[in-house]
Write a protein of this length. Structure first.
Length: 152
């Protein structure tokens, strides 16, 4: 098995755990403030745990809402709240393999369509069935190779 394919399979297994979380809405006040207030931790208490001022703690909560907070700040806030920060990505296609498949089909369609148009202009047009088969073959080849051009 190719090294890249093994990496994809291993990452897919790890990312699968995040899929059920992708539809979870972030609280409008942000996770930090939502958890802090639910646990009854004052802004001053959290600030003390972070060794910062109350105003700086409030700024952290605001930066989370504005999506300008750093991962480092999120991790520190999680520690102050006695939580773990969980960070990951969820492929829009459901898996990395499906993402590669979609991109390969898109690229294969472009390549075959370009060739088909040229042949049509030269009065050597292929049938729709032959074009579909050519797209499938090219997509399979691209999925095996996963060339960098797939991501352009």
């Amino acid at each position: 098995m190719k090294k890249q394919q093994l990496q994809i399979e291993q990452l897919d297994r790890r990312l699968k755990g995040f899929q059920s979380l992708q539809d979870e809405a972030i609280p409008s006040i942000g996770w930090i403030k939502a958890i802090r207030t639910a646990l009854g931790i004052s802004l001053q208490q959290m600030a003390n745990k972070l060794s910062i001022t109350k105003q700086s703690a409030a700024e952290i909560e605001q930066r989370e809402i504005e999506e300008t907070i750093t991962l480092k700040s999120l991790r520190e806030a999680a520690i102050a709240l006695d939580m773990n920060l969980v960070y990951g990505f969820v492929p829009k296609d459901g898996s990395l393999d499906h993402l590669i498949d979609r991109k390969a089909r898109e690229l294969a369609t472009k390549i075959v369509s370009r060739t088909s148009t040229t042949m049509k202009l030269e009065d050597q047009e292929n049938s729709e069935q032959r074009i579909r088969k050519a797209i499938e073959q090219r997509a399979d080849e691209l999925k095996r190779e996963v060339p960098k051009i797939l991501w352009d």
